[in-house]
Structures are given as structure tokens and as C-alpha cells.
Design a protein around this ligand. Structure first.
Ligand SMILES: NC(=O)c1ccc[n+]([C@@H]2O[C@H](COP(=O)([O-])OP(=O)(O)OC[C@H]3O[C@@H](n4cnc5c(N)ncnc54)[C@H](OP(=O)(O)O)[C@@H]3O)[C@@H](O)[C@H]2O)c1
Length: 334
């Protein structure tokens, strides 16, 4: 049987976008043999066509013209991996209006505008998925949406920012924050603007998305009480370490009959606590709930190839035509 070709466009061809193209190219044969689908990146939106790329696409793929993607009826599905709020939200809506399913890695956009975008996707009757927006390669959104009974989770606790976890583990061995941040950027964990990581808003956005997905009650970023790691010094961390303690940026979300509470804060833990033992750029999420008790997921939470694996998982589900829309959970559907 000849494979069905699925034409993919990317909004963004940076750390994550170029890794998506590389993964789809390198694994094309395995993907085709397993799924019968041949996913090809045919267009990718960037700002600067001349910038050197870690993985060079064929000529003609990169474009600075969003219309070349949105108005191209032959494009089957789009992955939004450019980040930011504007013009990203407008692009997102335009893609839905043009009938294109979307996969996104953009936690900040969804944590602020998830409910409205869920409504737009529902009206357009299109699946939208966002596995890559939460915990990198760890398929926690899929588990919440597809593996567990709806609204069975009562509490979520975890380390959901791989960059800050990496920074804290380096700083407790005496590295200055700025030096550790340079290392994290070189490794592709931290974005050039790391403010959202340092002030806790990245982790807060992810916890808001997990809470909305799990509890069936939309929780937006402005409901999250959060603080970050910007004011923590290597000395504080070294002292804690000598006393058998570790500081980790811990997120917690809980629901009871009355309300959803979501918070993120640097937290001192015993060195043997499971969250104290999450390695460098990894994430860990524990889901607690009715029936299953406690379920723990751990894996790479940042980095281009790691995040690309989640994007490709969502692209394949949509391409296969059997995808439920995970975004519907952010609109309150469960
Ligand atoms: N990196 C990670 O570990 C990671 C993990 C999970 C989720 N994410 C999320 O994934 C998304 C992308 O992250 P990234 O690390 O890949 O970022 P990045 O390396 O900075 O790449 C962003 C890409 O988007 C393009 N772009 C940005 N704004 C644009 C605009 N207005 N018009 C056209 N193109 C635009 C850039 O074009 P140029 O190349 O021409 O500048 C670049 O190719 C973000 O939402 C991020 O939060 C990243």
C-alpha cells in the first residue's frame, strides 16, 4: 500500500521547529512502516530567512509570509512552535478559520487564552493538541485526556520546569545563576528571554494547563499564585545542600468541592524526597486521584528534540484522523 502523504507546516523553525523537521525526516521510514503516513514539512514560518539553521530545510520551505501557510489549501496540519502571544493568537485563529488543525507548544498563550481558543476550535470542529506545552517529552496531557477517567484526578504535584531544575542543580554546586543560564541556553533548555523561567510564570502556566485539563474547570494563569527562583543565591542552595536539603521549584494544583487552587513556589525538600531527586532538565508530575491512587511520570522536560517528540506524537494522532481535541479540556469540557 502506498503511504498517505501528510503536508505539515510549522510556525517557527527555531530550537523546537527545526527539531520537528529533523525528527520527521530522520524517522520517516519508521513512521511510514508503522502508521502508513508520510509526514513532510512543506513550509515553515520564520522572521529571518538568512539566519543559519541547525537543520537546513530544502529550498523554498522557509517563508516569512504567514499567508503562504494559511491560504495554502494543500497543507493538512500546522504546528505552532514560534511562541509568544502576538501575532501568535491571530495566526492560531486564522488557521482554525482556514480549517487547519493545530498542534502547539505554547503554554503562555494557552494559559491566558486557552478558553477562548478552545471555543474557536470547537466552532471550527477541529482538533487542537498541546502535549509539547507541558513537560516536554512527558505525555501527561494524553494520559489526563485519554487514559484516566475524566475528573478522577484530585491533586497534581510536580517539578514542571526543566530549565529552572537545571539551574538549581547547577547552582547548588556553586555556579552563579548567569553562568548556569548560559549553559542552559547552550543546551537548548532555556529560551533567549528566560524571564518566564526565572520568575515562575512558565511553571505557573504549565500548572494552570494541567489543572484545567485534569479538573474540568478552566484555570487561567491569573488564578495561579507563583514565585520564582530569581532571588535564590548559590550560597542559599549550597547551605541547604550541606544540611541534607534541596530547593526545587514545586507546582501544586488541587481541587475540592469548592475550588481549584494552583500554586508554584521554590520549596525546600529533604534530599531523599522524590522531587528533590528529579535530575537536571527533567520534569516529574505525580497525579493523585480516585481509584488509581498515585501515578508518577518522569522524563525530559526541555530541549528541542525532546519537545519535538511530543509535537510529532500530536501531529501523528491528527494525521491519522483519530485525534480527540485536547484543547476542549481548557474550555471546561471533560
Ligand atoms: N525549547 C524548549 O525546550 C521548549 C520546550 C517546551 C516548549 N517550548 C515552546 O516552544 C515554542 C518555541 O520555542 P523554541 O525554543 O523553539 O523558540 P526559538 O528557538 O526562539 O524559535 C522560535 C521560532 O519562531 C520564529 N518566530 C518567532 N516569532 C515570529 C514571528 N513573529 N513571525 C515569524 N516567525 C517567528 C523564529 O524565527 P527566526 O528563527 O527567524 O528568529 C524561530 O524560528 C515556545 O512556545 C516555547 O515556549 C520550548
Amino acid at each position: 500500500v502506498s503511504p498517505r502523504t501528510v503536508r505539515v507546516a510549522l510556525l517557527g523553525y527555531g530550537c523546537v521547529g527545526s527539531s520537528v523537521d529533523r525528527l520527521l525526516t530522520d524517522r520517516a521510514d519508521e513512521i511510514e512502516e508503522t502508521t502508513g503516513l508520510r509526514l513532510r514539512v512543506v513550509r515553515a514560518l520564520v522572521r529571518d530567512l538568512r539566519k543559519p539553521r541547525p537543520f537546513q530545510p530544502p529550498p523554498g520551505v522557509l517563508t516569512t509570509d504567514f499567508g503562504a501557510i494559511c491560504e495554502d489549501a494543500s497543507i493538512d496540519v500546522v504546528a505552532e512552535v514560534m511562541g509568544g502571544l502576538t501575532p501568535t493568537e491571530d495566526y492560531f485563529r486564522a488557521l482554525l478559520a482556514a480549517g487547519k488543525p493545530v498542534v502547539t507548544a505554547n503554554k503562555q498563550l494557552l494559559a491566558r487564552r486557552g478558553r477562548e481558543l478552545a471555543r474557536a476550535a470547537e466552532l471550527a470542529r477541529l482538533p487542537v493538541r498541546f502535549e509539547a506545552a507541558v513537560c516536554g517529552a512527558v505525555p501527561v496531557v494524553r494520559i489526563l485526556c485519554e487514559a484516566l477517567p475524566p475528573r478522577s484526578v484530585r491533586r497534581i504535584v510536580g517539578v514542571v520546569n526543566g530549565t529552572t531544575n537545571y539551574l538549581l542543580t547547577r547552582m547548588e554546586h556553586g555556579r552563579a545563576l548567569d553562568d548556569a543560564l548560559d549553559e542552559a541556553r547552550d543546551l537548548g533548555y532555556a529560551e533567549s528571554d528566560a524571564r518566564d523561567d526565572l520568575n515562575g510564570s512558565d511553571a505557573a502556566a504549565k500548572m494552570a494547563l494541567l489543572a484545567s485539563t485534569a479538573f474540568g474547570t478552566p484555570a487561567s494563569l491569573d488564578q495561579v499564585e507563583f514565585s520564582g527562583i530569581a532571588d535564590i543565591s548559590p550560597r542559599d542552595l549550597e547551605e541547604a545542600r550541606r544540611a541534607g536539603r534541596r530547593v526545587r521549584l514545586v507546582g501544586e494544583a488541587a481541587v475540592d468541592d469548592r475550588a481549584v487552587v494552583v500554586r508554584v513556589a521554590p520549596t525546600e525538600l529533604d534530599e531523599h524526597h522524590e522531587l528533590a531527586r528529579v535530575p537536571a532538565a527533567f520534569n516529574e508530575v505525580a497525579l493523585e486521584g480516585d481509584g488509581f491512587g498515585r501515578l508518577t511520570l518522569r522524563g525530559p522536560g526541555a530541549g528541542g528534540p525532546e519537545t519535538a517528540s511530543a509535537v510529532v506524537g500530536d501531529l501523528l494522532a491528527i494525521a491519522a484522523g483519530r485525534a480527540t481535541s485536547h484543547l476542549a479540556r481548557l474550555g471546561g469540557a471533560a
